[in-house]
Design a protein around this ligand. Structure first.
Ligand code: CP3
Length: 341
């Protein structure tokens, strides 16, 4: 008989098949939820919400309470790491993040100040004390390359500035990604100490690099993070999300040492199955299909389940949930994943 003990997500991340597969959604807390919009109003700014433990804990728990996902992901942001390295970070409504752009590598301080992020760890402790016995708690950080994109450019967009450093200031970019990688290890470790049971590295802009550049600024710094982290927490699984990495996903999975890989919606189900022979995979419903709902979504969900449920698999989106997603589509998704009609 199959042993079904333990939390479903953690079982899959340790390489086991779990049926039905566990699920959670990237950006599962957020603006598509009316209760989040209420909470956000109460908090004032997005960063105030992130840095007020009671409110961040509530935002983390809202989607789990409503939909019963198998995991809660800490409500926070990847840009708290540059903030703890002394960069000024702000979010303007409808405009995304804004940082002071980095002129040269030596402007980036090396000392990560954990005291600045104490409210984030306090939020994790609160969530941990309130979660059911079968729900896992996920911590996270940005990948060094993705963080470097924001730190160098100072904002979202095409990240031409970071791409230009690849060609004209490679040593500076090595230094920036190395400082960020050390800070990510410190931040992930403190999240584990506060109760996170697994962590995901979001390298959302990995797809901007290819070939040797992908190796140097995505794979190598991630490999260092995984090595340093695993020396401290050998039993704790790490999920990597190298978004839009295309042909490089296999190399990323094999070489970084992550336990599982989260796949964007551009990855075909054949490719996903091939990757699953290397270890657990997570993904990869197109968030626009969840927003659209109906028969198109249902077919896509069934196709994913059919292709990937025979191996270690976590159902998720291929990128974050869209703010315009109707709540009832997420309810319907939960029913489908639990074997509903
Ligand atoms: O998954 C979750 O529910 C946890 C929370 C979470 C947020 N951001 C909350 C958030 C996570 C895991 C992130 C990661 C993050 N943040 C990434 C990597 C994942 C991805 O989506 O590619 C990136 C690139 C960021 C940086 C960031 N934060 C951007 C570009 C923006 C603006 C775009 C947007 O969606 O508004 C944010 C803001 C942000 N982070 C919001 C939330 C809920 C919206 C803030 C609001 O309430 O107005």
């Amino acid at each position: 008989m199959k042993n079904q003990e333990g939390k479903p997500l953690l079982r899959v991340l340790s390489g086991k098949n779990v049926s039905p597969p566990p699920w959670w959604l990237m950006r599962q807390a957020g603006r598509y939820l009316p209760e989040y919009r209420e909470l956000r109003k109460k908090a004032g700014s997005f960063l105030d919400l992130c840095y007020t433990p009671e409110l961040a804990a509530e935002a983390t728990l809202q989607p789990v309470r409503r939909f019963g996902m198998d995991a809660a992901i800490l409500f926070s942001d990847i840009l708290v790491v540059p903030a703890a390295l002394g960069r000024k970070v702000s979010f303007r409504d409808g405009d995304g993040p804004s940082l002071e752009p980095l002129g040269k590598a030596s402007e980036l301080g090396e000392s990560f100040d954990p005291a600045k992020l104490e409210p984030v760890y306090a939020a994790l402790r609160l969530v941990k004390s309130r979660l059911s016995a079968r729900t896992s708690l996920i911590g996270f950080a940005g990948g060094p390359w993705t963080l470097a994109c924001y730190v160098i450019a100072g904002r979202g967009g095409d990240f031409a500035a970071a791409r230009s450093w690849c060609k004209t200031n490679a040593a500076g970019l090595d230094r920036v990604t190395s400082i960020l990688a050390d800070a990510v290890v410190a931040h992930l470790s403190l999240q584990i100490e506060a109760g996170a049971e697994t962590v995901q590295i979001f390298d959302s802009w990995a797809g901007l690099l290819a070939g040797e550049e992908f190796r140097r600024w995505v794979i190598d710094p991630t490999k260092r993070i995984v090595g340093d982290f695993k020396r401290r927490y050998p039993q704790t699984p790490i999920i990597g999300f190298p978004r839009n990495a295309g042909a490089m996903v296999g190399a990323y999975f094999a070489e970084t040492g992550v336990d599982a890989v989260s796949l964007d919606w551009g990855v075909s189900l054949d490719q996903a199955r091939a990757l699953q022979t290397h270890g657990p995979v997570q993904g990869n419903l197109d968030p626009a299909l969840l927003a659209a709902g109906g028969k198109g979504m249902e077919k896509a969900v069934r196709d994913i389940l059919k292709a990937l449920s025979s191996g270690p698999f976590v159902f998720n989106l291929g990128h974050g949930i869209l703010p315009e997603t109707p709540v009832e589509n997420v309810t319907r998704l939960g029913e489908l994943l639990r074997g509903g009609p």
